[in-house]
Ligand binder design. Structure first.
Ligand code: ADP
Length: 380
């Protein structure tokens, strides 16, 4: 399987065997469409990826490729199963771009070019919203005018679903417990950050909403704010809606507060006494702790908390600070295990007697997407 993940300015790809999980090739084309870059758009990025694979001796036309899986961020209410792409489906996906103007168009561009370059294999879309399709109404519904919400399909959709599902499955396997018996909190902390509460196999809450802007503080996204900020800026600062939206998505979060979004660099800035970096980190941790507390209450009883993605897998200080002082709630971290945790392996970082197990679980969205594609091919 070839898995393609087209983000707003990057294109990640992986050629992976869904049975063994072994990746034969992985790559990332970055800075697409930026002035300094030689990669004009996602079409050029995909051609670049194919050239790189060819340089490595992999000809996608003759390597036994079974399908191409495409990560699509927003599936709306309509798409929640992995879906074979044809012209009709693509037309319906284009209509959905209104719901996700920042996220779906790059994926659609990637799909268009990949279908041209590889016309003889099935192309399958896997949706980031899929896992959260059946969120309980109490968690999925915004308390706004009901008719308006229904007419414009405004609900909490949730994102990073492929990762939340994969990590919750891996956590259950690691603990040697059936997933159906466990109540889990998954913290996906990368450039985008989201939390989920999962009871058995079913998510019961998640932090992202109509779009991936809601919830935790992220690299460049604000997460939760009072919606009145938008109208206030419109009235008083005379900013247009598009301007405010791009500020909240691209110039907020830890970057908006400290001018840096990479947590490795943010740590160096804190250590050198940078107050803005310290504030950005404190705001990030404060929000994260609020969500952990909220999901402990939503679940009532929690068995396991898993940290995943770039920050969750690699930043021991974030893990320590996220759950510090929560022994009374059943969370006791083992500081030595926490420092050694991650490094590409699933690991328990809580003390042996901790009522709630705390894990570091490397996510692998590409493998999960490849396996979803297998399920579609099996039904073909
Ligand atoms: P995405 O897939 O959303 O682009 P990732 O899951 O790859 O993001 O996470 C990227 C982020 O992870 C980086 O911006 C950086 O902040 C953080 N990160 C990566 N490696 C480390 C590390 N060793 N220590 C701390 N943070 C890290």
């Amino acid at each position: 399987m070839l898995v393609i993940n087209s983000g707003s300015s990057s294109l990640k790809y992986q050629l992976v065997d869904p049975d063994s999980g072994v990746a034969r090739a992985t790559g990332n084309v970055e800075r697409i469409g930026e002035g300094s870059s030689s990669v004009a758009d996602h079409g050029a990025a995909l051609r670049r990826a194919f050239d790189t694979l060819a340089d490595d001796g992999i000809d996608l036309r003759v390597c036994g490729l079974a399908a191409v899986g495409h990560r699509v961020v927003h599936g709306g209410q309509e798409f929640f199963r992995p879906t074979l792409l044809d012209d009709a489906v693509i037309g319906r996906l284009e209509a959905l771009s209104e719901l996700a103007p920042l996220h779906n168009p790059p994926a659609l561009k990637g799909i268009e070019v990949a279908r041209k370059l590889l016309p003889d294999v099935p192309h399958i879309a896997v949706f980031d919203t899929a896992f959260f399709h059946d969120l309980p109404p109490a968690a999925a519904t915004y308390a706004i005018d009901r008719e308006l919400a229904e007419r414009w399909r405004i609900r909490r959709y949730g994102f990073h679903g492929t990762s939340h599902r994969y990590v919750s499955e891996r956590a259950a396997a690691f603990l040697d417990r059936p997933r159906g018996d466990l109540k889990q909190i998954v913290l996906h902390l990368g450039n985008g950050c989201s939390a989920s509460a999962i009871a058995g196999t079913r998510p019961v809450d998640t932090s992202m909403g109509l779009t991936p802007l809601e919830g935790l503080v992220m690299g460049t996204r604000s997460g939760d704010i009072d919606p009145s900020v938008v109208s206030y800026l419109w009235h008083t600062a005379k900013m247009g809606v598009d301007e405010v939206e791009s500020m909240l998505n691209q110039r907020s979060g830890v970057w908006g507060l400290a001018g840096e979004r990479d947590f490795r660099r943010l740590r160096e800035m804190i250590e050198s006494g940078d107050d803005a970096a310290q504030l950005a980190y404190s705001v990030f941790i404060h929000r994260l702790r609020k969500y952990i507390g909220a999901y402990l209450a939503v679940l009532g009883h929690t068995d396991v908390i898993s940290f995943t993605a770039g920050i969750g897998e690699n930043d021991a200080a974030v893990r320590r600070d996220a759950v510090a002082g929560l022994e009374g709630l059943g969370i006791a971290l083992d500081q030595r295990r926490n420092l050694g945790g991650g490094k590409g392996q699933i690991a328990r970082i809580s003390k042996d007697g901790s009522p709630i197990a705390v894990l570091v679980v490397p996510t692998n969205e590409e493998l999960a997407i490849a396996r979803d594609c297998v399920s579609v091919l099996a039904g073909c």
